[in-house]
Design a binder for this molecule. Structure first.
Ligand code: G3I
Length: 376
């Protein structure tokens, strides 16, 4: 009996010892794991990968202009678009010279690729663009039409293009760059020459007849910081609204030069919003004069941050779109020799500080009265 008790006591003591030793090992493993977790880098979070969620939490679109060729065959290009943005604009493929290269001959290969891509990936699609002075096919640009013929040409084009994607494209840049480059005069383009100033109201009414649910925009550059051209657009927009013309929004293109991004972006957009119009920054890029330095690239992040913050500061600002996926695809080097590096991704498809600037803006709980709080 005493032996049995003694055996039980020894067994119990041995059991406690084993338990204590096991516990100690567990504690050591836990401490080592905790220390390693602190010391070693975790799985790398891709910079800007939370951008779509952040933009959606503020109720704005974060968009990008896309080119059709890389959208077809460059999976890294596609990944940047789908991982960082919530909306796409066709950079070129929905323009007249591509859609209707010959009268009555339509090429839907590019636009279809783009609209299908947007739909497959749950992205919004901005339609760009209907009445513009640039990228017109030869048959249209030579301008031999009288006013009725030109109206017919406009109607055919809109019925074909806007009608084809009715319900799949939410908004259209119907009138693109209606003012002269320096403003404030209306641009002397084909539409103006043939139909006079009324081409703007007529174009908007026509697009509205084809797709009554689409939001219809005037899209302009050089108006972001106010000034004569912005004032002239303000007068034009006010007048159109008074006449009951279906104008729903203004696109502020936002092609900026590094070091010269206007301070009062929000203030200027707000006065258009106060007319009852949606506003958006529709073609954002910030070109840097060469040689492009690390310092300039870092400072550019602040400019991207400010642009996105300006949108958040205006209750009717519905989005910000950047004009191109990477610096390898940007229009800047061709159009502004001596400038480069205008976009949030570099030529090697790596995210730049500008991407962080946009994240920073969207992480701030900064919004104007009337804009829903993030997450609602
Ligand atoms: O179509 C030809 C093609 O046949 C040829 O093989 C190729 C060789 O370089 O050139 C192609 O044309 C290019 C065209 O884009 C593609 O559709 C032109 O060289 C090029 O200059 C043209 O530039 C576009 C520009 O609009 C034309 O005005 C840019 O990519 C595009 O980013 C730019 O976008 C405009 C917006 O629509 C309106 N706001 C301003 C913005 C920047 O200019």
């Amino acid at each position: 009996m005493r032996k049995t008790t003694e055996r039980r006591r020894r067994t119990a003591t041995r059991g406690r010892g084993v338990l204590l030793a096991a516990g100690a090992v567990c504690v050591v493993i836990f401490v080592v794991a905790a220390v390693l977790a602190l010391v070693l880098p975790g799985p790398a979070e891709e910079p800007g990968s939370d951008l779509p969620g952040l933009a959606e939490s503020h109720g704005i679109k974060l968009g990008v202009a896309v080119a059709v060729d890389p959208l077809r065959d460059d999976s890294d290009y596609q990944d940047i678009v789908t991982d960082h943005y919530t909306s796409v604009t066709a950079e070129n493929t929905m323009k007249w010279e591509h859609v209707q290269p010959e009268r009555h001959e339509f090429d839907w290969s590019g636009p279809d690729t783009m609209v299908d891509f947007a739909e497959d990936h749950g992205l919004d699609m901005r339609g760009h663009t209907l009445l513009w002075h640039n990228q017109q096919p030869e048959w249209l640009a030579q301008g031999f039409y009288d006013s009725d013929e030109l109206r017919e040409v406009m109607r055919e084009h809109m019925e074909a293009l806007v009608g084809r994607y009715q319900g799949r494209i939410d908004s259209w840049d119907v009138i693109n760059e209606p003012f002269e480059d320096g403003g404030p005069e209306l641009r002397d383009n084909l539409w103006y020459q043939t139909l006079g100033e009324d081409y703007i109201a007529e174009g908007l009414r026509m697009a509205h007849e084809v797709d009554p649910d689409a939001k219809l925009y005037i899209n302009e550059f050089g108006i972001e910081g106010g000034g004569d051209k912005a004032d002239a657009l303000y007068e034009l927009a006010s007048g159109l609204l008074e006449e009951g013309v279906p104008l729903h929004g203004i696109g502020f293109q936002g092609h900026f030069v590094h070091g010269d991004v206007p301070e009062d972006l929000a203030e200027n957009m707000r006065r258009f919003a106060d007319l009852g119009l949606d506003v958006e920054i529709s073609e954002l890029d910030v070109r840097i004069a060469e040689p492009v330095t690390d310092e300039a690239i870092s400072a550019q992040a602040e400019e991207y941050r400010r642009a996105v913050e300006a949108c958040l500061d205006v209750s009717r600002c519905v989005g910000v779109s950047v004009w191109g996926v990477t610096d390898a695809h940007s229009w800047i080097p061709e159009w502004f020799p001596g400038y480069d590096s205008a976009l949030p991704f570099d030529e090697d498809y790596q995210g730049k500080p500008a991407l962080g600037g946009m994240v920073e803006a969207l992480r701030r709980d900064r919004r104007s009265p009337g804009r829903p709080a993030p997450g609602r």
